[in-house]
Design a binder for this molecule. Structure first.
Ligand code: MRU
Length: 337
């Protein structure tokens, strides 16, 4: 179950990130030793996906400490840099949680923070393995031992974690067991994590797939082409409400109408038990340019106003099950987290 590449690596006292903005055209690593550059990379989605953001955040605190030592920054300036790192993207709870965990270790010295970051990376990798097994078991128990056509939205694979992924990890396991007929990958507007990243991972894993426009998902589901949908999450409330990439809610509604399973697969580090429902989740709103331009090319009238939330929240009532590395939470049967 090895991954074919690493999205994040700590080497030579720098963070190396596989540049996800360049995929699938180019496979380039960029290395970082400045906290401001790392924050910009997170905001531009060079690295992305909730678990990967958590691991990057923990390594980022080491980087902030190294930079502070190199430049002779004050303790206050270091704290400010750590605050900025924590707040770089607000919806994925993994980032804030990992940065705060790492901040607590600062007092114990740089090597303790680095050890914590490495521990979080290893734990995340192990979570992928556990989730893929629990998720595959749930699908096989629910739908039987047969090849399935599965739909997924956004990217939840090795690019989004330090292991084989969350929802995409389960898909990889189903394929390994011979139970995948085909994967429908939503292209995932506006930044195309589905067609650029998920399709690239599926191609590398030799899993049969097709890309569809996000707007085709409801038709694919209601026309009976899809057996089940698997997505990841950026934050899950105690009642099961789950924030994920914009467009996930529409897919969930279509599954509800069609009566097919809708699975949310995410590590426990994505579960925010401090919030009762999804209404408390801070949704990141991104810039106009992502909708008015495409790779620098204008595709809308100049000055057009936009509505560009990066995520939506799927209410628990539309979710069949939440799979974590610990268990399958049977949300449709009233179980909470
Ligand atoms: O904006 P992104 O690409 O960071 O959004 C990512 C998602 O919505 C993923 O589905 C989620 O983080 C889970 S990744 C295992």
């Amino acid at each position: 179950m090895s991954t074919l590449f690493m999205a994040i690596e700590w080497k030579e006292n720098r963070i190396f990130l596989l540049d996800q903005t360049a995929l699938p055209i180019a496979e380039n690593y960029i290395s970082y030793d400045s906290i401001n550059d790392l924050i910009i990379a997170i905001q531009k989605l060079v690295v992305r996906g909730a678990p990967a953001l958590g691991v990057t955040g923990a390594y980022g605190v080491v980087l902030a400490m190294d930079e502070a030592a190199r430049k002779g920054l004050s303790a206050e300036q270091l704290e400010k840099n750590i605050d900025n790192l924590r707040d770089a993207r607000p919806t994925a709870v993994n980032l804030a949680l990992a940065v705060e965990k790492a901040r607590k270790q600062v007092i114990n010295g740089r090597d303790s923070v680095l050890a914590l970051a490495q521990e979080l990376a290893n734990k995340d990798k192990q979570s992928s393995t556990d989730m893929r097994n629990i998720g595959a078991h749930w699908l096989i128990q629910t739908l039987g031992e047969r090849p399935l056509t599965l739909l997924t939205h956004c990217n939840t694979g090795s690019l989004a974690t330090t292991g084989t992924g969350t929802a995409l990890g389960v898909i990889k396991e189903m394929h390994r067991r011979g139970f995948v007929k085909e994967i429908y990958a939503d292209e995932t507007r506006p930044l195309l994590q589905g067609s650029r990243l998920t399709a690239w991972e599926l191609m590398k894993s030799e899993i049969p797939y097709r890309i569809e426009a996000d707007g085709a998902a409801a038709m694919a589901i209601l026309s009976g082409r899809i057996d089940a949908v698997l997505i990841g999450a950026d934050r899950i409330a105690k009642n099961g409400d789950s924030a994920n990439k914009i467009g996930s809610l529409g897919v969930a509604l279509a599954c509800h109408a069609a009566g097919i399973p809708f699975l949310v697969v995410a590590p426990e580090s994505t579960v925010d038990r401090s919030i009762a429902t999804g209404s408390e989740i801070h949704i990141e709103i991104r810039g106009d340019e992502e909708l008015t331009h495409f790779k620098g090319l204008q595709v809308a009238p100049l000055g057009a106003k936009t509505f560009n939330p990066a995520f939506d929240v799927t209410p628990a009532k539309y979710i069949s099950v939440v799979i974590t590395e610990l268990k399958a939470y049977e949300i449709a049967k009233g179980e909470t987290l």
